[in-house]
Design a protein around this ligand. Structure first.
Ligand SMILES: Nc1ncnc2c1ncn2[C@@H]1O[C@H](COP(=O)(O)OP(=O)(O)OP(=O)(O)O)[C@@H](O)[C@H]1O
Length: 368
């Protein structure tokens, strides 16, 4: 049974078991039915299986799924996928190759029953995804990014009450990824539609998500608001060692076109401050930051003649070796962990060791 059997207006309740020959998963989740919920985990951890549960493609008899006040699956009740009023966007934009963009979009609109309330404005969708100029083109003539924009617009035109996205950027190169990301942000901002977003990209998750579900080998490791669980992204699934953190803008320097941000750490009242180059923010804005280990260096004294502005005092908590034989040093600064990548030679020359007091110099921080 659900831990909370009462229907709630803001929930997607999932109690689902998946059993395959080589894989078993148990998902017990109570997710917000608003904003973007990211499902994050390594390949094979069960992300797609979880989406399949929500979509009604896993039919284990004990499974239960409830969206807002509607029971989609429980005991004798089984609402088929097409009745669940959800749209699915896959890694590869699955457009009909024999139809042009307009006909592809029209196909989604036709499928919406006449009596169904039109929640999302068709014209606005086409406008926001900038596809007016693509309407007469056939999928084969579109770039990967354009195809995916059309696929997302088509999903929205079916007037879903829930959008499932399975690695929608994974098949795109970095340039096209960066082209699509702002559209996903627009989607989040302009349409009040809950999105379940599968990804194994820490950058994408840190940039887009409001809530984060972390999976490992078919088990839920964590399900919390992103702000409280950003540290899960630090154990990056690729070799891009970085720390993700949330912060808010406390000061703006018009002269230097910089912002001063306070790094939040729920475990401490003491905050660390960083100066960053950007002038598109206002005091009080919440931001998310990524600091790559290769952009952090270590010194034993505080440099006063350095061009680097962000120098913080901390204590070494861990030293490990990465795949390139570089040393990864975890440094605690006011409860916030920073990561520095330095050579083994530097570790020896500076006698770096656990509990040693050091200064970190942050050369660059990316605003996500
Ligand atoms: N149709 C299937 N038949 C048998 N096993 C399957 C099937 N589909 C998936 N699996 C297995 O179930 C496990 C979970 O797969 P799933 O696709 O949910 O993982 P994932 O986290 O989405 O992975 P990826 O990031 O690689 O897409 C994997 O071990 C996979 O090999």
């Amino acid at each position: 049974m659900f831990s909370n059997p009462l229907p709630n207006d803001h929930q997607l309740l999932i109690n689902c078991r998946v059993k395959r020959e080589q894989f078993t998963a148990q998902f017990n989740l109570n997710l917000p039915a608003q904003g973007i919920t990211a499902i994050y985990g390594a390949s094979g951890s069960g992300k797609t299986s979880l989406l399949r549960c929500i979509a009604g493609l896993e039919k284990h008899t004990d499974n239960q799924v409830q969206f807002l006040t509607q029971t989609w699956q429980h005991q004798q009740v089984f609402m088929p996928t097409e009745k669940r009023n959800l749209a699915y966007v896959f890694q590869e934009a699955s457009l009909f190759s024999h139809l042009n963009v307009e006909q592809n979009l029209h196909y989604a609109q036709k499928r919406v029953k006449k009596q169904k309330k039109q929640i999302l404005n068709d014209k606005k969708i086409i406008e926001l995804f900038k596809i007016e100029n693509l309407l007469t083109q056939f999928p084969a003539t579109l770039s990967g990014g354009e195809k995916q924009r059309v696929a997302i617009a088509r999903a929205l035109l079916s007037q879903p009450q829930l959008l499932l996205m399975d690695e929608p950027l994974a098949s795109l190169d970095n340039q096209h990824k960066n082209e699509i990301l702002p559209y996903l942000e627009t989607l989040k901002r302009e349409f009040n539609i809950p999105i379940i977003y599968v990804s194994h990209s820490a950058d994408e998750v840190a940039r887009l998500a409001d809530h984060l579900v972390v999976l490992d080998k078919g088990q839920i490791i964590s399900s919390k608001p992103l702000k409280e669980s950003l540290a899960y992204l630090n154990h990056s699934l690729v070799d891009d060692h970085a720390i993700y953190m949330s912060a808010h803008v406390t000061e703006i320097s018009q002269t230097w076109q910089q912002i001063k941000v306070a790094v939040s750490s729920s475990a401490s009242n003491v905050t660390s401050h960083l100066w960053l180059s950007d002038n598109n923010y206002q005091v009080g804005d919440e931001i998310r930051l990524k600091i790559q280990a290769k952009d952090v260096s270590i010194s034993l004294t505080k440099a006063t003649d350095s061009s680097i502005q962000n120098i913080l005092a901390g204590v070494i908590k861990q030293i490990t070796t990465d795949k390139q034989n570089m040393k990864l040093i975890s440094i605690k600064v006011n409860q916030q962990i920073f990561l520095a990548q330095v050579s083994a030679k530097a570790v020896e020359q500076l006698s770096l060791a656990i509990e040693k007091k050091v200064f970190i110099q942050i050369k660059a921080a990316a605003l996500l």
